[in-house]
Design a protein. Structure first.
Length: 91
């Protein structure tokens, strides 16, 4: 584990303050989006000034790997892909 110098302590504090601001702004944006969606009701598109707003239903199909594993068991082992990540977290 490396020890942070004063500059890094300051940078991490600044990062956390910005993340709080982003969260607050995201909550505000989500509330406004909910208000627009409520106004649109069942309509899929709306022109708002120079902006075209769409709120359309989309359908996607995904494989339920847990259910597939129940059915096929170990036969799936050769089909798994290993993905390595390095998440950055400040807690």
């Amino acid at each position: 584990m490396c020890k942070a110098n004063d500059n890094m302590v300051s940078k991490v504090q600044e990062l956390m303050e910005i993340k709080k601001m982003i969260e607050s702004l995201q909550n505000e944006a989500d509330a406004i989006a909910d208000e627009v969606k409520a106004y649109m009701g069942d309509e899929e598109t709306m022109m708002a000034g120079c902006y075209k707003v769409t709120y359309k239903e989309q359908v996607s199909h995904r494989i339920d790997s847990a259910e597939l594993k129940k059915v096929l068991g170990d036969a799936l082992e050769g089909y798994y892909k290993t993905i390595v990540t390095r998440p950055f977290k400040v807690i």
